[in-house]
Design a protein around this ligand. Sequence first.
Ligand SMILES: Nc1ncnc2c1ncn2[C@@H]1O[C@H](COP(=O)(O)OS(=O)(=O)O)[C@@H](OP(=O)(O)O)[C@H]1O
Length: 421
Amino acid sequence: MPNKARPRREWSSKSLIKVLWIPHSAMRPAEGDTSDCILVVGVSRPKLVAAFLSIVLVSLFLTFHILYDSAVYSIDAAAVSIIDIEDDSKNNIEIDSTRLRDMSSSSSSLSSSLLSVNELNGFNGKLHFSRTNRHLPQAIIIGVRKCGTRALLEMLFLHPQIQKAAGEVHFFDRDENYEKGLEWYRKKMPYSLNGQITIEKSPSYFVTPEVPERIHAMNASVKLLLIVREPVTRAISDYTQLRTRAVTPSTASSSGMSTTMATVTTIEDENLQRPSQQQQSGRTFEELVLHSDGTVNESYRPITISLYHNYMYRWLEVFSRDQILVVNGDQLIEDPVPQLKRIETFLHLEPRIGRHNFYFNHTKGFYCLRNDTADKCLRESKGRRHPRVSPLVVAKLRKFFNEHNQRFYELVGEDLGWPEE
Ligand SMILES: Nc1ncnc2c1ncn2[C@@H]1O[C@H](COP(=O)(O)OS(=O)(=O)O)[C@@H](OP(=O)(O)O)[C@H]1O
C-alpha cells in the first residue's frame, strides 16, 4: 500500500477494524507485487451520509408501518366488538375466540393470516383480529324451510373453517334488500379469516323465482346446500309453525340455540311471517290440506313448498348439478355426522366434525352440539311437538307426493327413499 495515504484521524486504533480518513486523491490501486498490500475499502463521506440516511429512513418507514398496522387492527377489533355487542342484542355471535384458536392450531393454509394464541389470550373476551374481513358467502344454504336449515348452519359452524352470517339475510329474495347492492350484502357477513368459508342461510331462496339468477350473477361458482325433508313431515312442521305463530303475538321469541357457551339465538324471519287468515282461524291440518271433496289442496302453502321439483328445475337451469349438494334433513336429525362429512367433502374442508361434536338430548329428542368449551341445543322453536295427524290423511298425502317426489329424484339424480304411502 503506498504510504501517500496520510491518516487524518484514527477512531479505533486498538480494534481489529481501523477507521481512517484518507484523502480521495491518495487512493490509487496497487501495481505490481501486491503480496504486502492490505485491503482498503473506501467509502466517500457523501456515500456514507447517504447510507446512514437510507438506514434511518427505512427504520422510520418500518416503525410507521408497524404502528399503522396495529392501529388498523385495533380499529377492526373495536368494530368487531361493537358488531358482536349489537348482534348480541339480537342474540347472535359472529366469531368466537375458541374458533380462532382452533383454526390457528389446525390449518396450515390459514396460519399466515392468523393471530397468535397469545394475542387471543391477551384479551378478556375482547377479540383482536389480524387480517379479518367480511367476504361474500362462498356457500349458501338455499332452503328448504322447516327442513333443518338452522340446525345445518349451526352444525357446520362447529368447523373452524366456517363462519356464518347472523340470522337470515334475505338479500336475493327481497327486492328491497337486493336493490341495496352487493356491498350491503357483504356487510351483513361475519368477519372471516383468509381460508375460512362464509355461509348464510335464507330458506326462502329456494322458492323465490329470481334467486338462482341473482346468486349466479354474484358468483357463478358458489356452492349451494339444499336440505330437504320428507315432504309430508315438512308440511306438518310448516303448519305447526304457522299455528304457533297464529296463537303467539308478534313478540314471540324465535329459533336458534340455547347454550351454555354463548347465546346464539337468531330471529328466523320466517317465524315472523304473518299467518294467513286460513291459519289464524285455528283450523286443523287435515282441514287445511284437503278440499271438501277430499282432494289435496295444492295451493295451501305448506303443501306447495313441499313440491320440491317445481322449484328445483329453476336452479338446475342456472347452476350445474355438482354445485348443489342435496342434504337429507331426516338423516340430519337421526344421525348428523354422515351428512356433515358429505358437506365437508363438498366444500373441500378438512374433516373436523365428528361424533365428539354431538350428544343426544333425550328431553329434547334431538342431537345437541358440543365443542371444546360448551354444549348447546337448538331452541324450543326447533323440534316442536307436531300435532297428531290422521294416518289416513298422512297416507293420502304420501300417495299424492309420490309422483312429485319421483320428479324431484330424477332432477337431482338421487332417490331419497321417502315413503310412498
Ligand atoms: N338437532 C336439531 N335440533 C332441533 N331441531 C332440529 C335438529 N336437526 C334438525 N332439526 C329440525 O329443524 C327443523 C326446523 O327447520 P328450519 O331451521 O329449516 O326452520 S326455518 O325454516 O328456519 O324456520 C325442526 O323442525 P320441527 O321438528 O318441525 O320443529 C327440526 O325437526
